[in-house]
Design a protein around this ligand. Structure first.
Ligand SMILES: CC(C)(COP(=O)(O)OP(=O)(O)OC[C@H]1O[C@@H](n2cnc3c(N)ncnc32)[C@H](O)[C@@H]1OP(=O)(O)O)[C@@H](O)C(=O)NCCC(=O)NCCS
Length: 214
């Protein structure tokens, strides 16, 4: 196991040691490019491991690893967004699980994650640090903004758009041509049939905005 003081050049580092980090570690394993280390801000976890990968220190350490290649595997969209900005020199790994189907015309931003059996159709654009989670379907010409999260089994029909920081709940759907504004949340199981303004929480079938957030 890697010791806390060891920082090999070009190491692959996973940022965060929560549930989503397990998913990302498993994807890296499946790709044959396992992570060398995990960073997490909870000191109680330092010296332990996540799926066999050592948790070696706090997130602030990222800047001290030479030529590090990292992925921010934290579920909070806002946190991934902030951390990416806090570490502009890091090379962010884009992680596509081998079971996912991603068409070659798709653009995947730095640090984007496409998890088990997700589908990303032609000409979709997935933003930096966005998550397309297990079983989600992002149809042709969709855009998924930076640090957005298309949760497990949710579906975006052709030319649908979720902007920066959007959280699309599990099993939710967005019909074609519709846009969910930046930093909005769409509840699990919702069906979005009209544009959702930025910083709103929408839920239900059809989805209705129930509140806005500052
Ligand atoms: C929509 C959501 C964000 C609302 O969270 P919240 O503001 O904390 O809402 P609450 O749990 O306090 O529920 C408020 C009301 O909305 C209802 N509600 C909550 N989520 C709902 C949903 N997805 N669809 C329909 N109604 C919902 C609750 O039953 C409750 O109704 P009541 O006042 O009649 O009892 C959340 O419930 C949700 O769906 N999150 C998505 C989680 C997810 O998909 N995770 C995937 C991880 S990969």
């Amino acid at each position: 196991m890697l010791q806390p003081h060891e920082r090999p050049r070009g190491a692959r580092v996973v940022v965060g040691a929560g549930g989503h980090a397990k998913v990302v570690l498993a994807a890296l394993d499946a790709l044959g490019t396992p992570a060398h280390a995990v960073l997490d801000d909870n000191p109680a976890r330092w010296g332990t491991d996540l799926l066999g990968v050592p948790i070696v220190g706090p997130l602030a350490e990222l800047a001290t690893w030479p030529e590090v290649r990292a992925v921010i595997a934290i579920g909070s969209n806002a946190r991934r967004y902030e951390l990416a900005r806090a570490h502009p020199a890091v090379e962010w790994l884009t992680v596509v699980h081998p079971s996912a189907i991603v068409h070659g015309s798709t653009t995947l931003g730095a640090g984007a994650m496409v998890i088990w059996r997700a589908v990303v159709e032609p000409d979709a654009r997935i933003g930096a640090h966005a998550i397309v989670n297990s079983g989600a379907i992002v149809c042709h010409d969709c855009t998924v903004g930076e640090a957005a999260h298309v949760s497990v089994t949710s579906v975006m029909a052709g030319n649908a758009h979720v902007e920066e920081g959007v959280f699309l709940g599990m099993n939710a759907g967005v019909i074609g041509g519709v846009r969910v504004g930046a930093w909005s949340t769409v509840g699990a199981g919702a069906s979005v049939v009209r544009d959702v303004p930025p910083r709103s929480v929408a839920m239900g079938v059809p989805a209705r905005v129930i509140r806005t957030v500052p």
